[in-house]
Unconditional design. Structure first.
Length: 148
């Protein structure tokens, strides 16, 4: 990676940048997250007592990527599990190692904090799978999802 990145916890001052990236992420997945859900998500990302957290990648003072993750308990392990729910990097910054650095940040953070595992889902045809496969191969589980 030939760029100087800072990866850090999101701060209240990052709201505008995070919302722009969040909108781009939702466009990529052709999703429409209601404004009240986005607002509540932002509030939870800033709440240190909430298991939802955000890390941002910043280059020269500009936030160019993020991960939104959830720490949760599990029934097969004693240590927390981290679900990387959302990862997004600006189109202009892609291919420069930002996504790799964001995942590496979570791996390092998890090892430091004693998490048992890190996992994420993506669409089968997501071009980012080339990057994800550098960290770990996809397993053979099938996801079932029921909206309630």
């Amino acid at each position: 990676m030939n760029i100087s990145l800072v990866i850090r916890n999101v701060e209240a001052a990052d709201e505008g940048a995070w919302r722009r990236l969040w909108a781009g992420y939702n466009r990529f997945y052709e999703a429409a997250v209601p404004a009240d859900v986005t607002g509540r998500t932002w509030e939870r990302l800033l709440d240190a007592a909430n298991p939802l957290f955000c890390r941002v990648a910043e280059k020269e003072g500009e936030v160019i990527g993020f991960t939104n993750s959830v720490l949760h308990e599990g029934t097969w392990v004693n240590e927390p599990i981290c679900y990387l729910e959302d990862l997004f990097v600006t189109h202009e910054a892609r291919g420069n190692g930002v996504g790799r650095a964001l995942i590496r940040d979570l791996v390092d953070l998890g090892r430091k904090q004693g998490w048992s595992r890190l996992y994420w889902h993506t669409r089968e045809n997501n071009p980012a799978r080339r990057l994800y496969d550098e960290f770990v191969q996809a397993d053979d589980f099938v996801r079932y999802r029921m909206d309630l």
